[in-house]
Each structure stands twice: as structure tokens, then as C-alpha cells.
Design a protein around this ligand. Sequence first.
Ligand SMILES: Cc1cc2nc3c(=O)[nH]c(=O)nc-3n(C[C@H](O)[C@H](O)[C@H](O)COP(=O)(O)O)c2cc1C
Length: 197
Amino acid sequence: MNEQALSVREAIIGRRSVKNFNGQPVDLENINSILEDARWAPTHGLRNPWRFIVAANKEYIKFQDVLKEYGVPKWKELSEEELEKQMKKFRTPGAVVFVVVQEDARQKERLEDYAAASALIQNAMLLAWDQGIGTCWKTPPFIDNPKFREELGVKPGERIMSMLQFGYYDDIPKGRVRTPLEDVVTYYGIEENGEEK
Ligand SMILES: Cc1cc2nc3c(=O)[nH]c(=O)nc-3n(C[C@H](O)[C@H](O)[C@H](O)COP(=O)(O)O)c2cc1C
């Protein structure tokens, strides 16, 4: 187990989605240890509805050609310079993990499984942050492209929930404000003026 640097609270409130990575590769070992721990997310009925497709090290470099094909519209028509500009978002992360969930035919179970996989993804992002590795949960439209799914070996009845990018960063992005708690909470049995009903 890795040495823990941050408290749970520090990790939760300090984590940022990193959208500008610095190009340093993320070792497969780090990705594996993060996924190993992240699997402790709650999962109703212990269905463990997830699986992962990982591209790290040399394989991430190779995979960038696939990202070019599906993630850069009309890439063949672009100048080399323009293409490299568009590819920056794929070249600078150090690894990527596709989180895939099995889509249960029953709606309740399907939603529970998405929820469990979301908890796992947040776990992974927090564990990475604790190791000084940034992440961004991305859902670009091409994750639903049948040809892209086929390229990754995603089967009918499975859904890609996240293209989870991992990478090192030079600057910590600014925090994005959340809706204040008082705007989203009501207390059962208490009036807005604080008096009991
Ligand atoms: C389900 C989901 C999908 C997301 N998809 C994208 C995406 O496609 N592109 C992107 O830049 N950020 C994406 N994000 C990241 C959010 O933009 C980010 O969490 C939000 O801006 C708040 O920033 P923070 O995570 O640093 O607090 C996604 C987040 C979630 C939860």
C-alpha cells in the first residue's frame, strides 16, 4: 500500500480536474495500484459491474493514433501544425483508463451499477491525487462510436462510462465553485426561519 500523504478531506476538497498535463508518462504500476484500491467502492449485491481498459507507457503512445482517428474531426485534412494543436489534449496525459460498466437490463440495477462505478471513479481520482497524479473524467462523444467501441473490444451490453485521463501537471487548476449548501438542503421538520414546524 502506498504511503498516504493527504487526509480524506484534504484529498476531496483539494482534488482538481486536470486539463493541462505536462507530458510525463504515468507508469502502469501506478495505474494498477490506483485501480486495485479504487475497487473498494460500494457495489450493491457485490455485482462489481466494472472493468477497465488501460493504455499506459508505450501502449498509450500507440493508442494516440486511435484517439486521433476518433477524437480529431477531419484530421486528414488538417495541416501538421493544426493537427498537433488538436492532438495536445491526447499527447500530454500520461495514461488513460476506460471505465466500462455492464448495463443491467433492469433499470434499478443498471442505475445502481452506474452509481457504484461513479464511486469507483471518484476513488481512483482521489487516490491518484494523493500520489501527485492528476486526472480528468472525460466523456467525449466518440466513446459511444460503434467503431471506437469495437477498436477497444467493448461488447454489446457494456457502456464506457469514462475516459479517465491520468497525468502529471505543473500547475494546480483553480477550484470551481459549487452551489452553496444552503441552496440545496432542506431540514426535515424545520422551517426556513429555523423554527420547528
Ligand atoms: C460524468 C462526468 C463527465 C465529465 N466529462 C468531461 C468532459 O468530457 N470534458 C471535460 O473537460 N471535463 C469533464 N468532466 C470534468 C468536469 O468538467 C469537472 O469535474 C468540473 O469542471 C469540476 O472541476 P473539478 O473536478 O476540478 O472540481 C466530467 C465530469 C463528470 C463527473
